[in-house]
Design a binder for this molecule. Structure first.
Ligand code: T1G
Length: 647
């Protein structure tokens, strides 16, 4: 079946694209559109053409699966130019998203109309490239340089009303898109046509604009290369003739396509889409999720409740007494009130989200719950007591989940009846923000329960990754190895501040030591002490020495660094140097690159051990955990991808 079909409505022709799943511009579609232009140009009875798509969205861009191969004619820039030069005006009718090459095709049309909830955008930088078919050259000719810079360097799409206000589209269509687009075309051809986009003027800002933009874009990019290159392409579009700017853009696009960052970002793109639907579970029916409850309204519980509410689920919060219920509801309210303060939510929206949470101290209220997520204090006896009560009141088919981050889920569910319905769901704080969800089945967990964990992950728009049972699962186990390796460098005389600076330069938001100071050294210390108390042999760490000296991090005005009251800026600490003097044997200095390479190699080595033990299913899963749970720079692909690049 052809991916492009032509129909007629009087003297308006309709070109319909149908290339599931997202009408990506693979070779067949490019050829189909190329042929459609030729056919319609040869028909003098056609006075306008409406380009519309079947399925969930307008054209979502070039076919990313073709990126690893040499481009094949008809090349996209040529197709866009062909549509732009057509004898009759084309009208792009946009629903869903017109992204990347899809938006560039729309820019080649004489007009663009869209449904109110449609988006247009240039997300290429999120794939480590820049637009390659005129996106940086035509966009500023419609909306001006500033909006074009924001779109092309951030990759963020604009919803239709904003796109209309910016001049990127010509009308928002209420009701049926095809009818609206045809009516728009009929009216448009009775008036003088606007110039093709490539023939329109663009006002070039002064040099100061570009200097400021360069600084802002580079800062926001945090080491990713493509945003600054997109900015340069837009500058060329503003300052050079159209054809020269097109050549510049294409050369840049072709160069970036082959870079390590582009390969990394493509790998992450596909891994993120594979993660929520593991192949092994595709035929397994998950439990329905209509009524969900959370036990515990502390930081984690409140975040999980907020995530459930954001997904539209009503939630029951269970706490141990009325005062704790009130505190829990207040914690949830604080999350949504924060959304109002940041302009993300209206007061009414926040109130509706709050209204969907019912607080109770009565476990019997859970008798018809489909799923209960426990988020109480990280202590095994407390958790076991909660599941003992859940085992008494909940339906035998209700999915019961623990949010433990370190404890063994098997020990928590040891006495639980129907333990096939039990699973670990490790959320990351803040649970309504962090995308990662580690899903930890026990040997008794049924396929239905596991499939329900992934279904919840999809519903909450998380990146769910299955983990086997080991201390720290995937993410915290690698974090522990990373921290131990960083302490190893300190013992070799590498300055703490150099290590943090090296990892920030590598692309992490914070280095390992400043991150511990922010989160508190005592959390990991207490876990080590707990392990020691249970008879495990846990060697003393440098962190132990600091905590025993009362240095727990920013919360005690000193950890790995000193902090001056009211100033969170870390100060190198002579007290720490004295405390650790006996542990440090100065060795050869290390460059920032050597530090980062050493520590990433340690992360990857632990990742390989995790794979060897079948704790994780693939290197891509491990990379998703580090990117979405620990801030590993996305444009490096994750520790497994980055380390593989070194062979
Ligand atoms: N190419 C190939 N496959 C794609 C694709 C693409 N561009 N986009 C999505 N898919 C697949 C995806 O892998 C998944 O497959 C299925 O479609 C559904 O995706 C020249 C060079 C459009 C907002 O970056 O943002 O154009 O797992 O789960 O949630 O300048 O897909 O089902 O087998 O994400 O409804 C620029 C990327 C490319 C858009 C829909 N375009 N896609 O979201 O579905 S570069 C993009 C998206 C470019 C030009 C340059 C989203 C979506 P499977 P999904 P969704």
């Amino acid at each position: 079946m052809s991916v492009v079909t032509i129909a007629r409505q009087g003297d308006i022709a309709t070109v319909t694209v149908d290339n599931p799943p997202v009408n990506a511009l693979g070779l067949a579609l490019r050829q189909g559109l190329w042929d459609a232009v030729a056919e319609l140009d040869a028909d003098p009875s056609v006075r306008a053409v409406v380009l519309i798509c079947a399925g969930r969205t307008f054209i979502a861009g070039a076919d990313v699966t073709e990126f690893g191969k040499p481009p094949v004619e008809p090349h996209l820039p040529d197709l866009v130019a062909r549509i732009e030069a057509a004898t009759t005006p084309w009208v792009a009718a946009i629903h869903g998203s017109a992204l990347g090459g899809g938006f560039e095709v729309a820019l080649g049309c004489r007009f663009r109309v869209a449904l109110p909830d449609a988006f247009v955008g240039l997300p290429e930088v999120t794939l480590g490239i820049i637009p390659g078919a005129g996106g940086t050259v035509r966009t500023p000719r419609l909306c001006g340089v500033e909006t074009a810079v924001e779109m092309a360097t951030s990759g963020k799409p604009l919803r239709a009303p904003k796109a209309l206000a910016a001049g990127l589209i010509d009308a928002v269509i209420e009701g049926d898109l095809l009818d609206g687009a045809v009516a728009f075309a009929v009216e448009a051809i009775e008036k003088p046509l606007p110039l093709p986009v490539s023939a329109r003027e663009v006002t070039a800002p002064d040099a100061a604009f570009w200097t400021d933009a360069e600084k802002a874009v580079t800062k926001a990019a945090k080491g990713a290369a493509a945003p600054a290159r997109a900015l340069a392409a837009i500058r060329k579009a503003a300052e050079a003739p159209f054809t020269e700017a097109m050549d510049f853009e294409r050369e840049t696009f072709m160069e970036l396509r082959g870079t390590e960052q582009a390969a990394a970002l493509r790998a992450v793109f596909f891994a993120e889409r594979a993660a929520p639907r593991p192949v092994a579970l595709r035929e397994v029916e998950p439990a329905p999720l209509r009524k969900v409850a959370v036990i515990g309204g502390g930081t984690m519980g409140a975040g999980i409740i907020a995530a459930l509410r954001d997904a539209g689920l009503p939630v029951t919060l269970i706490e141990q007494d009325d005062a704790a219920v009130e505190r829990g509801l207040a914690n949830v309210a604080k999350v949504f009130d924060g959304g109002v303060k940041r302009g993300k939510l209206s007061e009414a929206q926040a109130q509706a989200l709050k209204d969907g949470v019912t607080g109770s101290t009565v476990y019997a209220a859970l008798a018809d719950a489909d799923m209960v997520i426990e988020a109480v204090f990280e202590e095994i006896s407390v958790k076991r007591a909660v599941f003992a009560r859940l085992g008494e009141v909940c339906r035998p088919d209700a999915v019961l989940a623990t949010n433990t981050s370190y404890l063994d889920p098997r020990a928590i569910a040891e006495d639980l009846p129907n333990s096939d319905r039990f699973i670990g769901l490790h959320f990351f704080s803040p649970a309504n923000v962090m995308k990662l969800l580690e899903i930890v089945p026990t040997p008794e967990t049924s396929a239905r329960t596991l499939a329900t964990g992934f279904a919840l992950g999809r519903m909450l728009k998380k990146i769910p990754v299955q983990s086997g049972i080991c201390e720290g699962f995937i993410g915290n186990r690698i974090l522990k190895r990373y921290r131990a390796a960083a302490e190893g460098l300190v013992r070799r005389g590498v300055p703490i501040a150099d290590i943090d600076a090296a990892m920030r330069g590598y692309g992490l938001a914070m280095g390992p030591f400043e991150a511990q100071d922010l989160g508190g050294l005592d959390i990991a210390y207490l876990q080590r002490e707990g392990a020691r108390a249970s008879g495990q042999s846990v060697p003393e760490t440098l962190g132990d020495i600091l905590v025993r000296a009362g240095r727990k991090g920013q919360k005690t005005s000193g950890g790995w660094y000193d902090y001056v009251a009211g100033d969170r800026k870390p100060q190198v600490s002579t007290a720490v140097a004295e405390l650790l003097a006996a542990q440090i044997r100065p060795d050869a200095a290390m460059t920032a690159a050597e530090i980062a390479q050493t520590l990433v190699a340690e992360m990857a080595a632990e990742g390989q051990a995790i794979l060897d033990e079948s704790i994780a299913a693939s290197p891509a899963d491990i990379d998703l955990v580090k990117i979405h749970g620990y801030g590993f720079p996305r444009w490096r692909g994750g520790p497994m991808f980055a380390n593989r690049a070194r062979g």
